[in-house]
Design a protein around this ligand. Structure first.
Ligand SMILES: [Zn+2]
Length: 456
């Protein structure tokens, strides 16, 4: 049994005991999954002007009264405090190719992504990339993530080591890819299994880390490799599985040629035994009713990647039908297909995708999808996604406005939903003040500004 269920207080190398801290601000989170389209939802928990007490890296109390003198105070009055965002699908090496011009999925992989990922076989490049990537997550308000590094064992190893050093919730695994990829980016079943077993033994359940069998997508794994991944999942049901599904119509045609026996793209994974309650599948745009029912039956969930879907022209995901079928949906940046690590920018894109489908995404459904709902879909609701005593103190502090237009608009807000929705659409990572992970400040805009000045 993995140690991850015991949620130990992370050990941060070089750190002393975490201070007893009291953070003051306007607290927003969710006690359940908000109903679709409902702007006055009872699952919304709004606690303006409250104090959050943090001890040993965890939230221990939330109260309107100021705490006693034995608590270190961090007064963020007039600012918004949210649970740290959870990005359920993102590629750490693809900061190298974010915002690359002119291609759709399959062409984009060949032209931009695969050449960039080849470089990450070099331990120095892999280490620098992991550091840059995790620091960037914190600078964008994301405190927990499910990540694809590259096919190289060293890229997963360094990413896990860096996540461990930060005391963060990180789920990742070496990418599996034994065909239809260039030289230097292919493994084979035997070596891949050995690498996975070694990485699982080293990292799965270590503090806040978990391992995910990481199948890039069906076209780049042989049936034998898919079966190997499924076998490892079966050996330890606490392991996650992450992959892509039904992103692009050319991709779907290719999968149908490669797996003629499968009913659908999703069915390829089901036949292999890869769909289970810890399976996270990115995109899920081109699914039918039988696929949606299958997702719900297996307890697997879709990581919706709005800026990626718009940028690569992949399609408009049918969120409502997934919900109606009983399947869960979380939010993801999918950088570098996605154009921003900032979940707020992805939420704005998600709203626009639903608008093009004739639907309306409330601020509540949007924000819950990258906090409460994502935590629940990952079976981590006891640890992340809420501002609740017992949860880890993973949270973010935001400015409401950064310019006079935003200040003016928010001053005219007619309701809490109107205010939060306008903020969500207008704000981005430049509104982020602080990011706290396990009760430690991992990003502070003022410290960052001082640092930049000193370096000048
Ligand atoms: Zn992806």
């Amino acid at each position: 049994m993995s140690a991850m269920h015991t949620t130990p207080t992370p050990h941060l190398p070089g750190s002393t005991a975490t201070p007893r801290l009291a953070l003051h601000g306007d607290l927003l989170d969710f006690t359940g999954t908000p109903d679709w389209g409902r702007t006055d939802d009872p699952a919304v928990r709004w606690r303006p002007g409250h104090w959050m007490l943090i001890d040993g890296g965890r939230i221990v109390a939330i109260q309107p009264e100021a705490p006693g003198p034995d608590w270190v105070r961090c007064n963020q009055a007039g600012r918004l405090i949210l649970p740290g965002f959870i990005d359920t699908h993102v590629h750490s090496p693809q900061l190298d190719v974010i915002a690359s011009y002119g291609t759709a999925l399959l062409d984009w992989l060949q032209t931009h992504t695969f050449p960039a990922e080849q470089r990450h076989a070099d331990p120095a490049i892999a280490t620098a990339a992991a550091t840059r990537f995790l620091d960037a997550l914190f600078r964008h308000g994301t405190t927990a993530a499910m990540v694809f590094p590259t096919v190289h064992k060293v890229s997963a190893d360094t990413l896990m080591a860096q996540g461990h050093a930060r005391g963060m919730r990180l789920i990742a695994g070496k990418v599996l890819m034994d065909r239809h990829a260039p030289e230097g980016l292919r493994d084979d079943v035997t070596q891949a299994e050995a690498d996975c077993r070694e990485l699982i033994a080293r990292w799965h359940g270590q503090d806040r880390l978990a391992y995910a069998l990481t199948v890039r997508f069906a076209p780049t794994s042989t049936p034998e490799q898919l079966a190997m991944a499924a076998r490892l999942c079966k050996e330890d049901p606490t392991l996650y599985m992450q992959t892509h599904v039904a992103e692009n119509t050319d991709e779907i045609r290719w999968v149908a040629e490669l797996f003629p026996e499968a009913r659908s793209y999703l069915d390829v994974y089901d036949r292999a035994g890869l769909l289970h309650p810890r399976s996270v599948l990115a995109h899920g745009i081109w699914l039918d009713a039988a696929d949606r029912a299958l997702l719900a039956a297996r307890g697997a969930h879709i990581a919706h990647c709005p800026t990626s879907n718009l940028f690569l022209g992949s399609g408009l995901m049918d969120w409502v039908s997934l919900r109606d079928a009983g399947a869960r949906v979380s939010l993801a940046s999918d950088v570098g297909g996605g154009t921003s690590l900032c979940m707020l920018r992805n939420l704005a894109a998600a709203y626009q995708i639903q608008a093009l489908r004739g639907q309306r995404l409330t601020a509540w459904s949007a924000l819950s999808a990258c906090t409460h709902d994502a935590a629940q879909a990952l079976h981590l609701q006891h640890e992340i996604g809420r501002l609740e005593p017992g949860c880890m103190a993973d949270l973010t502090v935001w400015d409401w406005a950064c310019d006079p237009v935003q200040t003016h608009r928010l001053s005219l807000a007619a309701s809490l939903h109107d205010k939060i929705f306008a903020w969500m659409m207008l704000a981005d990572e430049h509104h982020l003040r602080q990011t706290w992970v396990a009760g430690r400040c991992q990003y502070d805009v003022d410290a960052a500004a001082d640092h930049a000045l000193a370096a000048h």
